[in-house]
Design a protein around this ligand. Structure first.
Ligand SMILES: C[S@@+](CC[C@H](N)C(=O)[O-])C[C@H]1O[C@@H](n2cnc3c(N)ncnc32)[C@H](O)[C@@H]1O
Length: 192
């Protein structure tokens, strides 16, 4: 966990200092219990991994899993704020947004994280050719995310061409036999 006393809530993160090295950065937004984040970090020791999660209990579970990994850091924070205000522009190679809360009731749709503004913040934080992988079991939300992505400039819809470890929620949905919808977006234009 990043010690709160040393980092501000408004200054951009000094990633080299936080990780103690320069390396490609992957960020798991809403990392839950950290199983996906830590499996990925273990398989790619040459990259840095940041898990962002708003619930303390889940940050603690993630921290327990990350204890033996020196390439994982955790941030208890609202994802959208962190992407917009804390991640330096052009600093992220890959974002993962796996099973974001779908807020199924229509009156709650405004709480969904994927909005044109959110994708704009993601775009700014990504390196050129970097990308975001999004997964959801919720078809209505998936269609809305696709529609939002298509109308946001600077992204191309890409193939989901990587083998990723299953996240905690992916395992649950798979057990239930729920279909899982994946979307990969690649940043195609330079930061302006
Ligand atoms: C359905 S769970 C998925 C967890 C994990 N990604 C997985 O696939 O197992 C959604 C997670 O995102 C977190 N979350 C939801 N909205 C968030 C936000 N705006 N900022 C940070 N975390 C958020 C929740 O606390 C929860 O842990």
């Amino acid at each position: 966990m990043i010690p709160q006393s040393r980092y501000s809530l408004t200054n951009r993160l000094d990633l080299e200092k936080i990780f103690g090295r320069k390396a490609p950065l992957e960020v798991d937004l809403g990392c839950g219990n950290g199983s996906f984040l830590c499996a990925l970090a273990q398989s790619m020791p040459y990259k840095n991994f940041l898990g962002i999660e708003r619930l303390l209990g889940r940050i603690r579970s993630s921290a327990r899993k990350a204890a033996s990994l020196n390439n994982v850091r955790l941030l208890q924070m609202e994802s959208s704020y962190a992407v917009r205000y804390l991640l330096p522009a052009g600093s992220v190679e890959t974002f993962y947004l796996l099973f974001p809360d779908p807020w199924p009731k229509r009156r709650h749709h405004r709480r969904r994280i994927v909005t044109p503004d959110f994708l704009g913040y993601v775009h700014t934080a990504l390196k050129v050719n970097g990308g975001i992988y999004i997964a959801t079991d919720h078809l209505d939300y998936f269609r809305k995310i696709e529609e939002t992505a298509r109308s946001t400039s600077g992204f191309a819809i890409a193939e989901v061409d990587v083998e990723l470890p299953p996240s905690g929620f992916e395992l649950i949905f798979r057990q239930q036999g729920a279909p899982i919808h994946w979307l990969a977006l690649r940043k195609v234009s330079p930061v302006t």
